[in-house]
Design a protein around this ligand. Sequence first.
Ligand SMILES: C[S@@+](CC[C@H](N)C(=O)[O-])C[C@H]1O[C@@H](n2cnc3c(N)ncnc32)[C@H](O)[C@@H]1O
Length: 467
Amino acid sequence: MSARRTTTRRTPATGPRPRRPVRDDARNTAYDVIRAVDERDAYANLLMPRLLRERGLTGRDAALATELAYGTLRGLGTYDAVIEVCTDRAPDPDVRDALRLGTHQLLRMRVPPHAAVGTTVDLVRARIGQGPAKFVNAVLRKIAARTADEWIAVVAQDDPVGRLSVAHSHPRWIVGAFRDALGGDDAETSALLEADNARPLVTLVARPGRSSVGELAESGAAPGRYSPYAAYLPEGDPGQVRAVADYRAAVQDEGSQLVALALARVPLEGPDGRWLDMCAGPGGKAGLLDAIAAYGDPAEGFPGGVHLLAAELQYHRARLVWQTTREAVVVTADSTEPPWRPGVFDRVMLDAPCTGLGALRRRPEARWRRDPASLPELTRLQRRLLAAALDAVRPGGVVAYVTCSPHLAETGLVVDDVLREHADVERLDARAYLPEVADLGDGPDVQLWPHRHGTDAMFLALLRRRR
Ligand SMILES: C[S@@+](CC[C@H](N)C(=O)[O-])C[C@H]1O[C@@H](n2cnc3c(N)ncnc32)[C@H](O)[C@@H]1O
């Protein structure tokens, strides 16, 4: 993984490679995770818990290893820019990863500089060799001479997007997309990027009729800010919460809960017995819609007794939907060539495949893996799926078009384009169905934001087919 492309040259290690790792389990584990992400595209949030378990790291050691690895992976856009001005040659990837780890400790953690440099040099000596250890020592000493803010002033580019990109360690194209979606406001873009660099709260959903926020509170969770089904778990493994293990509750961002809730809240004339989730895997929104549809919720005026059909293209993801829902019928299907008749559903959820730029805070390395080249194909698919959703809904019924991305090309522009071909569709003011949430933008669509709402950056448009 590379925040910028570099040519690499092998630095020969002097002397034999020591085989015994130094006894700094947290730093070694963090380094192993960073290397695995860099070398073989591993997912940090899957690998880290496995290594912690295998190595018996718990408590403060586990927390330190996690902060070292995740913080380094998030920050490497900034760190690479600093390392570049402190080196006269591009380091080998294994050395570069160690430099990133040391730089993170120097610039963003409260590790005393001598410890940040010393532990990194020890690690490099043990894992790579004496020559690279000397090199790392010299580079980290240069980096230690300035604070993070001083370095950012040195390496930041002149234009606003370039400056924000380096200062907040996000790829330039993503900063540009966020800034566009925020109307060109640099201060707000900066706040968003900062929120993206913070670890999100673990949010649970209590599926109505199957669990309750009260039950989750008994496991130490606190009620959510907006969604009546949300609870924040301050610590501990959500998998240990009984309701989560039983699929009566689940881990789910509050933004995902809100968009499902908004769809269920739109008043309908006529029947309201058939709902469709067109892109259901792995089943987060389907799990909540399934419970609302089947069991209802008197507090919200949801009557229950509704049938949900959940469709998903990929079989293994459809199996996850089947596992997490209780009443829904789950099918493996291509929703652009659907096996259902047109005009039969009262409510349709289209949570479209997208770049996922709205959930970058969830995976430390995700921002470096997203590729703007995927956009044209994704936006074509989004248009086809939205057209299919409008075919599937009955006159008077409602479609929720949702993305976990605020990129304008995937949100408002897709809806604008498809509606040009559908004169019989009305775009509702989606904000009206989430009255408990402030700052939802100019409408009619809803855009949630990590820095404003503490949720993922979910987009929602609500579209009603005229009768
Ligand atoms: C953003 S994810 C949906 C997340 C899900 N709604 C949830 O809350 O857990 C998009 C899903 O659409 C599926 N998908 C992509 N193309 C599809 C198609 N043509 N028909 C049905 N599903 C599709 C993907 O496999 C992926 O699981």
